[in-house]
Design a protein around this ligand. Structure first.
Ligand SMILES: O=C(O)CCC(=O)C(=O)O
Ligand SMILES: [Fe+2]
Length: 197
């Protein structure tokens, strides 16, 4: 595989590009290990359909401003970026030609952890947001489906050290999820860089 090969996922009414090897194995191994230890992981409760549940994964928010991020009835307040997150941010900013303000980190502890169907369409993200999603650790399946054109859907495996960029009308027209899996799998860290201005 070419280093930093870019694969355009050719989304109908959207735009997504996948870089299977944005970080090489040595870098990705090191980032995984230290992010697991150093991120301020927490498990929040969310309200869905009038019921309160613990979120099926751990999360943390980092930013270079003090703007909160609210979704599923929770409001997260940011920590200041660590040097490590800043170095990851810098790498993907060069690729995306974009300056990100905020990083939402997700830790999927095992196959029972997940992220249900959603679009990242909160109003603080603005119109046609660009979201850059970095994966370290165990590989997980990522599903995309068009909101109205049922024949358009896509499944891919997000690899250790990969980058997935979603932009344009993707959040307007598509939903995405990380489904649970019965496979015995290890932890996965995902970092989604966003702009909250
Ligand atoms: O874990 C992932 O790859 C997806 C995370 C995600 O969709 C989100 O945080 O909005
Ligand atoms: Fe998302």
């Amino acid at each position: 595989m070419l280093f930093n090969e870019a694969i355009n996922l050719q989304l109908e009414d959207g735009e997504a590009i996948y870089y299977p090897a944005c970080f090489d194995k040595t870098e990705a191994d090191a980032y995984f290990k230290s992010l697991l230890k150093n991120i301020a992981w927490q498990q929040d409760s969310i309200s869905l359909f009038g019921k309160t549940h613990l979120q099926p994964r751990l999360t943390a928010l980092y930013a270079n401003n003090n703007k909160a991020y609210s979704y599923s009835n929770i409001t997260m307040y940011p920590n200041a970026f660590t040097n490590e997150l800043l170095s990851i941010k810098q790498r993907i900013e060069t690729i995306c030609n974009t300056n990100f303000t905020t990083c939402l980190a997700n830790l999927y502890r095992d196959g029972k952890d997940s992220n249900g169907w959603h679009a990242d369409n909160e109003k603080e993200l603005g119109n046609q947001p660009i979201i850059a999603s970095v994966s370290f650790g165990a590989e997980r399946r990522f599903h995309l489906k068009h909101k109205t054109k049922k024949e358009h859907s896509l499944k891919l495996t997000l690899q250790h050290g990969s980058l997935l960029i979603m932009k344009g009308k993707t959040q307007e027209n598509w939903l995405h999820q990380i489904p649970k899996t019965k496979k015995k799998i290890a932890e996965r860290i995902n970092l989604t860089f966003r702009i909250i201005a």
